[in-house]
Design a protein around this ligand. Structure first.
Ligand code: GLV
Length: 318
C-alpha cells in the first residue's frame, strides 16, 4: 500500500511516517513530490498543492489531517474519490480546550484586566459576567462543534446555530436550558441566536455560503459587548467590519486563531489591536498515533466499501 504524504509543515513527515509504519506495517509512505505518484493508492495531506492529485491514477481516497477541507474542495483537478477528514478525539479535545480557556478568559475578565494594565490601572474591571454566567453561542455543529457543545453544556448555558437543519440532524434532543437554532445568516433564527449569546464561538467550515458571514450586518445582530472566538477560518470574517465592531463596542473582544492570510502581513492592524488576541492556528493540535489509528480504520472501511463517518461531500463543500 502506497501513501503519498504532503504537509505544509515539512518537519511532520518523519513523525507521521514512523507512526504509520508502526500501525500499518504494509504501508510505504512517500513525501510528495519526491515519491512516485503513479503508485499512490492513498494521499494523506494538509493544504496540498493544486496539482497534487492530477497524476495519481491509482488513488482510492484522500485523507485530510484535520477538519477543514476547503483547500482540497477548491482544487480544479480533484479525482472522484472519497475525501476523508481525520478527526480524532485528541483533535476535538484540543479544539475544546482552546475554546474553554478563552471562555474562562472572558468570564474572569482577563481581557479587560490586560487593557487596564496598558494604562497602569489597578481596579476590578466592570465585567457583566461577574454576577451572571455568560451565555455561549456555538456556530457550526459538525463533528467538532458538536463535541465542543456537548462538553460546554455541562458547565454553561449554551445555544447552537447550524445552517443545515434537516439533512444532518443533531443526534440528541436539546432539553431544558440549551437550545439550537438553524437557518440562513439573514434569517430570524440567526438574529435570535446572536441576540441571546454573550460569547460567540465560530466553528463553521469555509464554503461559498459561509465566506465573509461575519460582517457589518451580522455583527449588528449581536449584543453590545459580545466576545468572539473564531476557530473556523479567517475568510469567515470581513476584517474591516470586525475592527469597526470593536471600535463601536459591539464587540468587546475577539480571539482569532485563524486569519484570512496566515501569517498576516507585518503591518496588519490586527497585530496591535487591544481588542484582539491572535494565535497562530493552534487550536487543532492532535496526537499523531491517535490520528494514524483513525487513518488505519478508515482505510479498512474504504477497502470494504463501507461508509466513512467523516467523509466530505463535493455538493455541500465540506
Ligand atoms: C484546523 O484548522 C482544522 O481544520 O482541523
Amino acid at each position: 500500500m502506497h501513501i503519498a504524504f504532503y504537509d505544509t509543515n515539512p518537519d511532520s513527515f518523519d513523525v507521521w511516517k514512523t507512526a504509520i509504519q508502526k500501525q500499518i506495517p504494509d504501508a510505504t509512505v512517500e513525501l510528495y513530490p519526491k515519491g512516485n505518484s503513479l503508485r499512490a493508492g492513498y494521499a494523506l495531506v494538509w493544504n496540498p498543492p493544486e496539482d497534487m492529485f492530477r497524476y495519481m491514477p491509482n488513488l482510492r481516497a484522500i485523507f485530510n489531517m484535520g477538519a477543514g477541507v476547503e483547500s482540497i474542495m477548491q482544487m480544479k483537478s480533484l479525482p472522484n474519490v472519497p475525501i476523508v477528514r481525520l478527526i480524532d478525539n485528541s483533535l476535538k479535545r484540543s479544539m475544546f480546550d482552546y475554546v474553554d480557556y478563552h471562555i474562562t478568559k472572558y468570564k474572569m475578565g482577563f481581557d479587560l484586566c490586560k487593557m487596564q494594565q496598558r494604562q497602569h490601572t489597578f481596579k476590578v474591571p466592570s465585567n457583566p459576567f461577574v454576577d451572571r454566567d455568560p451565555i455561549i453561542g456555538i456556530i457550526g455543529l459538525g463533528q467538532i462543534g458538536r463535541y465542543i457543545f456537548d462538553q460546554l453544556k455541562e458547565k454553561h448555558r449554551i445555544f447552537g446555530f447550524k445552517r443545515t437543519p434537516d439533512q444532518y440532524q443533531y443526534p440528541i434532543p436539546l432539553l431544558g436550558r440549551n437550545k439550537f437554532y438553524s437557518g440562513g445568516f439573514d434569517g430570524q433564527e440567526f438574529q435570535q441566536f446572536c441576540a441571546v449569546s454573550d460569547i460567540i464561538v465560530n466553528v463553521l467550515p469555509l464554503t461559498p455560503e459561509t465566506n465573509r458571514f461575519l460582517n457589518k450586518e451580522t455583527f449588528s445582530y449581536m449584543k453590545d459587548g459580545t466576545c468572539l472566538i473564531n476557530i473556523g477560518r479567517g475568510e469567515h470574517v470581513v476584517n474591516q467590519d470586525l475592527l469597526e465592531a470593536c471600535w463601536s463596542g459591539k464587540l468587546r473582544h475577539c480571539t482569532l486563531d485563524v486569519t484570512d492570510r496566515e501569517p498576516l502581513h507585518y503591518g496588519h492592524r490586527f497585530w496591535n489591536s487591544m481588542w484582539i488576541d491572535l494565535t497562530p492556528h493552534i487550536a487543532g493540535r492532535y496526537d499523531v498515533d491517535s490520528m494514524v489509528h483513525e487513518l488505519a480504520l478508515n482505510i479498512e472501511y474504504i477497502k470494504d466499501d463501507d461508509d466513512v463517518e467523516t467523509q466530505s461531500y463535493h455538493e455541500r463543500g465540506y
